[in-house]
Write a protein that binds this ligand. Structure first.
Ligand code: BLA
Length: 512
């Protein structure tokens, strides 16, 4: 089985999670062939939940289990069904004499899917319209991304009562970070923890683009297999991409046990048709969340998804404005100081405050002035020598200096990223901005845990291993320089050369 195999980062991507041939046993599944409206597959736990063996249901019609009212409701809903699961409007009092089931339907993979879930009493407040109106209003009030995420985490926690609700955002390399959370006070914070891309493999991320919400009410479950496992028409297990009861990857269940999580619900956050992040909810004890409440959480996820781009654009504009303001003030200092170099660092904002960086260096007339976190004077001199030989352009930038110059390895903690503008014809006159190696700024999840690779014969990537694997892919690189930062650096360069030209002309005029 998969769990006994050695797990590495590639076989994670290959686990066929869409065709597990089993469901989570808190509910049961019937698959029907629509042409005949007869049951072709049923989950084996109909025995536990209804007292009827699954085998006995094969070939049967729904009237074997349901009364006329739900049957009529199903017929009414059927023509409009798509891959999107729909809760049957009719109040089901009983299924085969057993009380309180809800039916969730969808159509996919040549089958009609009927998923039966036990009825739970939702807390009154959650489906109360004024309460919801208030909650959504709170969330939408935010203008900035982080505030928006924080509000979303808090509102989802208020609505669902999970112990922890985290907003997990993917980075460019598919690793992710917890950027907001609401949690029970007894729990350790996860805020700012980074997790590797392998924690959520490719095929899972692809599935979560189609399916907005996944729910595991009890992570210690034993899967209930389908009878028969293969759909007789296709000779393989049916595709459960849209099924709400889909049995999830055993590797992921192990992961949840390691996290101390007994129940989870995750909601996709999608921007421009890409998985931007997820709302992940965790509970320390099993927890059955009603379908209606999950529907509501999907609604919140979709609302969040529709707005996240605007919030990100807003943050970007804010940053642009901040750069502009700082730049204007800096250039005033440059113009008003006798010596333009003084204007670059003696007052606030200095040249390193104009945009986000770790440190800066002003290199003029054989002098090097260091600001913030930088390499040493001698190391900066080496950078200047390298720039003169290899990067004669007026504006140069890299987010991996060590990749261009192997000697740069020694300064990667502070200067994996370098943005340089030349100041004059004279060699060695530059302003440099530095950015640290990203690894230096990341807190890896589970970094301080002991290395565990084997538990009950089951293998999983330990936090240490996953950090090492991730580290190799991002070693010696900084966050990239943004176009607006490069533009600001160019403008600072131009302004300085204007000022110096003016001074030069004045001196010439006086001399004449
Ligand atoms: C799935 N892993 C997931 C999911 C999350 C995480 C959110 C989606 C589960 C769902 O939607 O129900 C990981 N959960 C996290 C992270 C946080 C969190 C990072 O709360 C941070 C706050 N997992 C591994 C390794 C493998 C692996 C090494 O760590 C593979 C070898 C596999 N993860 C794995 C698989 C799934 C998964 C296969 C899909 C589970 C499924 O839907 O069947």
């Amino acid at each position: 089985s998969l769990l006994n195999a050695t797990i590495d980062t590639t076989n994670c991507d290959r686990e066929p999670i869409h065709i597990p041939g089993a469901v989570q046993p808190y509910g049961f599944l019937l698959c029907l062939k629509e042409a005949t409206m007869r049951i072709v597959q049923a989950s084996e736990n109909t025995l536990d939940l209804l007292g009827i063996p699954a085998e006995e249901l094969l070939g049967a019609k729904l009237s074997r289990l349901l009364g006329t009212e739900p049957l009529a409701a199903i017929e009414q809903l059927r023509p409009t069904l798509t891959t999107t699961p729909r809760l049957l409007g009719a109040q089901l009092s009983e299924v085969a004499g057993q009380p309180f089931y809800k039916i969730i339907l969808h159509r996919y993979d040549q089958l009609l899917w009927l998923e039966f879930e036990p009825v739970t009493a939702a807390p009154a407040s959650t489906l109360d319209l004024p309460f919801l109106n208030e909650a959504l209003g709170q969330m939408l009030a935010a203008t900035q991304v982080l505030e928006f995420c924080q509000n979303a985490a808090e509102q989802v926690r208020a609505i669902t009562g999970f112990d922890r609700v985290a907003i997990y955002r993917f980075g460019g390399d598919e690793s992710g970070e917890v950027i907001a959370e609401a949690r029970h006070e007894d729990l350790e914070p996860w805020l700012h923890l980074r997790y590797p891309a392998t924690d959520i493999p490719k095929q899972a991320r692809a599935m979560y683009l189609k399916n907005w919400l996944r729910f595991i009410p009890d992570a210690h479950y034993t899967p209930a297999r389908l009878v028969p496992v293969h759909n007789p028409a296709t000779n393989r297990p049916p595709d459960m991409t849209y099924s709400v009861l889909r049995s999830v990857s055993p590797i992921h269940l192990q992961y949840l046990h390691n996290m101390g999580s007994a129940a989870t619900m995750t909601i996709s956050l999608i921007r421009d048709n890409q998985l931007w992040g997820m709302i992940t909810c965790h509970h320390r004890t099993p927890r059955l969340v009603s379908y209606e409440l999950r529907d509501l959480c999907q609604f919140i996820g979709k609302t969040f998804s529709a707005l996240i781009k605007t919030k990100e654009q807003h943050d970007e504009q804010d940053y642009q404005l901040r750069i502009r303001e700082n730049q204007v003030r800096l250039l005033e200092h440059v113009s008003s100081n006798e010596n333009f170099v003084d204007g670059l660092y003696r007052q606030q904002p200095t040249v390193m405050d104009v945009f986000d960086c770790g440190g800066a260096a002003i290199c003029f007339d054989q002098e090097i002035i260091l600001l913030g976190n930088t390499p040493s004077q001698a190391q900066v001199q080496d950078v200047l020598d390298w720039l003169q030989q290899h990067a004669p352009q007026d504006v140069f930038y890299t987010n991996s200096y060590a990749q261009l110059n192997p000697a740069g390895i020694s300064i990667r903690p502070t200067a994996s990223g370098i943005l340089a503008v030349s100041l004059a014809e004279a060699p060695g006159n530059y302003i440099l901005w530095f950015r640290p190696e990203v690894i230096q700024t990341v807190t890896w999840a589970g970094q301080n845990q002991k290395v565990e690779t084997l538990a009950d014969g089951q293998l999983f990537l330990s936090p240490r291993q996953s950090f090492e694997a991730w580290k190799q892919t991002v070693e010696s690189t900084s966050a990239p320089w943004k176009p607006l930062e490069i533009e600001a650096a160019k403008e600072i360069r131009l302004h300085i050369s204007d000022v110096r030209l003016k001074v030069f002309n004045e001196l010439q005029a006086r001399a004449a």
